[in-house]
Design a protein around this ligand. Structure first.
Ligand SMILES: [Zn+2]
Length: 523
């Protein structure tokens, strides 16, 4: 009886509150004054304010942190929204942060103060590099969090910080690994105040979204100027990235790259996003190329050239289809290094991650171990138990796609190839870049590609591209929809290699994860 009255009371209370909530909205819409609701609203405000004044100083006594009322309100709302998203089985990776930003625009700077953060930005390799740094952090026993979902704009980063703070704004974890979009660097870095900033490389990517590549470069440069104490980890082989370290920059710089001695030979690439000097517009001379415009560049006119490296791959011992073994030089000496991930571009990701780990005070044995046992997820060389073993390699721009194709062209056993192309805003609506990616490298190995599937919103364009690249049209199957595609793949017995664009990867991955197991994208 007692319980029943309790339930009834709660139910009537809830109904009452809901009724008020609806009334407020009707009143707002109709433009009537809120007089009869005022006492209620006052009561709520007083209660919140009393809680803020009494408990927050008590809870934050140890850190002497002073947090404004609007920040507490923003945290409360952000956490609530996220909880609702998860209740509805949605990611809620960025939306709660967007609301919090509206209430308290500088919330991130309040929350990031006591967290030692590594920020990773650049066109390609951000996610892989972040996962490698995470692996080193976890191996070192650091308590950290990361924005693993790929929500790498201000809103997504803020959501992650809020979820890893208490209601009173105290950080729950000491370290963070944050992937940051290039265009967002300008606004994010100032509030994030990272201890180290990694720039992976700069390529032409989604022109319709970023505009000129110099625009992206300026955004990162403006961001770096707001954190004069951060250690910069820069790719010495990328002439665009290198130009971030201008003379008047007070930041310490760690340079990483692949040295000439590694002889990671690559033909002078037809595809170059930076063939001319960023300072004087003369054409660069190259001592060697690694891929795209990366390599030993120098300007014959003004003398701008590749910087000497602190962290570098100096010799390649073995490049396998599952892992790579190299000699790696650090300020501590030169040693063999095993990277548990194939493909040449992952050597750059590993070098970037090592320089960041070094900047964060992680011991050599720790990051060596981390890279040897590393396995990447979320569409970056991710492995699924589908068909005869499936690997998914995200390809979102010409440079990244050409690198993935280079890797595929070295596969020695027969396999099935899947290429998926979408043109939604997260992929870039201009798909002309597929004509810049070197699908031609597949033609000489066409007899090893037993079946070819194309899918996605622009599957027909892809089919045409593959046909022009010299792949037999009779073997190309167009399949619309990720469900049907996975149905077809389930019948395959050979290994499968999938090259999807970003949103195609999300769609396809969720179907595969649903059928074969794996984690949701926000986990
Ligand atoms: Zn020059």
């Amino acid at each position: 009886m007692k319980h029943l009255s309790c339930i009834l009371k709660t139910a009537s209370n809830s109904f009452f509150h809901l009724f008020h909530f609806v009334l407020i909205h009707i009143e707002r819409r109709a433009g009537y004054p809120l007089f009869f609701l005022l006492p209620d609203l006052c009561y709520l405000a007083i209660a919140l304010f009393a809680w803020y004044n009494t408990f927050i100083p008590l809870l934050n006594e140890d850190t002497h942190m002073k947090i404004p009322f609007r920040a507490v309100l923003a945290i409360l709302i952000c956490k609530t929204l996220r909880w609702f998203c998860r209740l509805l089985h949605r990611g809620g990776t960025a939306m709660p942060g967007r609301f919090a930003m509206k209430i308290c625009p500088d919330l991130l700077s309040l929350l990031s103060g006591s967290v030692s953060t590594v920020a990773v930005t650049g066109t390609n390799g951000k996610t892989t590099c972040c996962r490698m740094i995470e692996e080193a952090f976890s191996e070192a026993g650091y308590i950290y969090f990361a924005n693993r979902s790929g929500a790498n704009l201000m809103s997504g980063i803020l959501t992650e910080f809020v979820m890893n703070s208490t209601l009173t704004g105290k950080a729950k974890k000491e370290y963070a690994v944050i992937e940051c979009d290039e265009a967002a660097a300008k606004t994010v870095f100032g509030q994030l105040q990272p201890k180290a900033i990694v720039v992976t490389n700069l390529f032409r990517d989604q022109l319709d979204r970023y505009g000129e590549i110099t625009h992206t470069l300026n955004s990162i440069r403006d961001g770096i100027r707001t954190v004069p104490t951060a250690v910069l980890c820069l790719n010495a082989d990328c002439s665009l990235t290198s130009s971030l370290a201008v003379n008047d920059l007070p930041n310490p710089v760690l340079w990483y790259g692949i040295d000439a001695s590694a002889s990671l030979s690559s033909k002078a690439s037809v595809l170059s996003d930076a063939s001319h000097c960023i300072h004087c517009k003369s054409e660069y001379l190259y001592d060697y190329h690694t891929y795209a415009h990366l390599g030993g560049f120098r300007c014959p006119n003004c003398g701008y050239c590749r910087h000497k490296t602190d962290f570098a791959v100096t010799r390649i011992i073995r490049m396998g289809s599952q892992s790579s073994e190299v000699l790696f030089r650090t300020p501590l000496g030169e040693e063999p290094l095993l990277i548990n991930l194939p493909a040449a571009y992952n050597l750059y990701n590993a070098a970037a991650a090592i320089s960041a780990a070094y900047a964060m005070g992680i011991r050599k044995e720790v990051w060596q171990n981390a890279l040897a046992t590393f396995s990447c997820g979320f569409g970056r060389m991710e492995h699924f138990p589908l068909a005869g073993g499936t690997r998914m390699i995200l390809a979102k721009n010409p440079a990244g796609c050409s690198q993935a194709l280079e890797f595929i062209s070295a596969v020695s056993e027969p396999f099935a190839l899947v290429v998926c192309l979408n043109d939604r805003s997260a992929d870039g609506t201009d798909i002309s870049w597929i004509w810049d990616a070197s699908f031609e490298v597949l033609a000489p190995i066409a007899d090893r590609i037993v079946s070819i599937y194309v899918s996605g919103d622009r599957a027909e364009d892809l089919r045409l591209r593959l046909k022009y690249a010299g792949l037999p049209d009779s073997r190309i199957q167009v399949i619309h929809g990720p469900e049907k595609l996975v149905d077809a793949l389930e019948l395959e017995t050979l290994p499968v290699l999938i090259l999807p664009t970003y949103t195609a990867m999300l769609d396809l991955r969720s179907v595969i994860v649903h059928r074969c197991g794996g984690s949701e994208f926000w986990e």
